[in-house]
Design a protein around this ligand. Structure first.
Ligand code: RUB
Length: 306
């Protein structure tokens, strides 16, 4: 059973599952599989197994608070229950995982509905990397009859922009791909920038794919609105206690397979965009200023802070 969790963690690490939402879904599904196949004889042994899975999943990618919040919420349900029967506790993991996924899907849809209204006919939207929340928003705008086009960055080094491009072209949306370094050249043609998020901090800053903060600066200069589309469950409560969000540093081979000896290669996966450069956060509670993140998350998901 633990092997199945390891397989999921490996798939996440290798980017076979990518994007914060998909990572969180894969993690809660792995917990469900573990629970269904458990051979634990006691509640204590079962909880220990869940904690083991949690550690393996958390180690797969460092900058994923949605996954951490999701896994924690399921383990909390088990720990809060007085039940001693492993079968009943395993069923609780399954039902909690399913209900988490259902709520996540519903809020994605809600976010898409809200965000799609920000797209005007004839707009040119720039996006970076691949966010399933952003592509759903764009699909929704298209379903609502909006005509618009999208510029998407290639997103070095792992080229997630190709996933975005394939999805958008598949939806019949006019899409142009550019290399990341061409963003400034095209910014004048852009009406608004929409990106996803991996983590939200207590100061209203947003952690997303490397390059996002540079795009925010490029959008700020000509005053192009820069929106972040996200679940509030990407909030990292540790940032409220003073911790910095950890930024995952990936294998240098993603940048250059056979580099010359002694060359130092750095490959951070994410960067931090300061709240000052963010026009608005589009989330399940509406379009909110990044500075209000703390209050809004506290109201909606008080358990995150426990
Ligand atoms: C993906 C990325 C996405 C966010 C949001 O990075 O930065 O913008 O994860 O995605 P990577 P979603 O490819 O390294 O995982 O909206 O699907 O949660």
């Amino acid at each position: 059973m633990a092997e199945k969790v390891q397989v999921t963690a490996d798939r996440i690490r290798k980017l076979e599952v990518q994007g914060a939402r998909n990572v969180a879904i894969a993690a809660v599904q792995a917990l469900e599989t573990l629970a269904q196949a458990t051979r634990a004889k006691t509640r204590e042994a079962f909880v220990k197994e869940l904690y083991g899975a949690k550690n393996v999943l958390f180690a797969s990618r460092e900058t994923e608070p949605l996954m951490r919040n999701a896994v924690k919420s399921i383990i909390n349900r088990v720990e809060d229950s007085d039940e001693r029967s492993v079968t009943t506790l395993a069923a609780l993991v399954s039902s909690s995982s399913k209900s988490f996924q259902k709520k996540l899907a519903a809020s994605k849809e809600h976010i898409a509905e809200i965000g799609a209204k920000r797209i005007r006919n004839g707009s040119v939207i720039l996006t970076h990397c691949h966010s399933s929340t952003v592509t759903r928003l764009l699909a929704k705008a298209k379903e609502n009859g909006k005509t618009f086009e999208v510029i998407c960055t290639e997103t070095r080094p792992a080229l997630q922009g190709r996933i975005t491009a394939k999805e958008l072209v598949g939806l019949g949306i006019k899409t142009t791909m550019i290399v990341d370094s061409a963003t400034r050249t095209f910014m004048n043609e852009v009406d608004l920038v929409i990106v996803g998020a991996d983590a939200l901090t207590s100061e209203g800053n947003v952690v997303n794919k490397i390059g996002t903060s540079a795009i925010a600066l490029l959008a700020y200069e000509p005053r192009k609105p820069f929106y972040v589309v996200t679940e509030l469950l990407k909030f990292d409560p540790a940032t409220l206690c003073g911790d910095y969000e950890k930024i995952e540093e990936r294998n240098p081979a993603e940048i250059w397979m056979e580099p010359p000896e002694n060359l130092v290669i750095r490959n951070p996966a994410f960067d931090v965009t300061r709240s000052d450069y963010i026009h608005g956060i589009i989330c399940e509670e509406g379009v909110i200023p990044p500075q209000s993140i703390n209050e809004v998350v506290r109201r909606k998901y008080p358990w995150i802070f426990e």
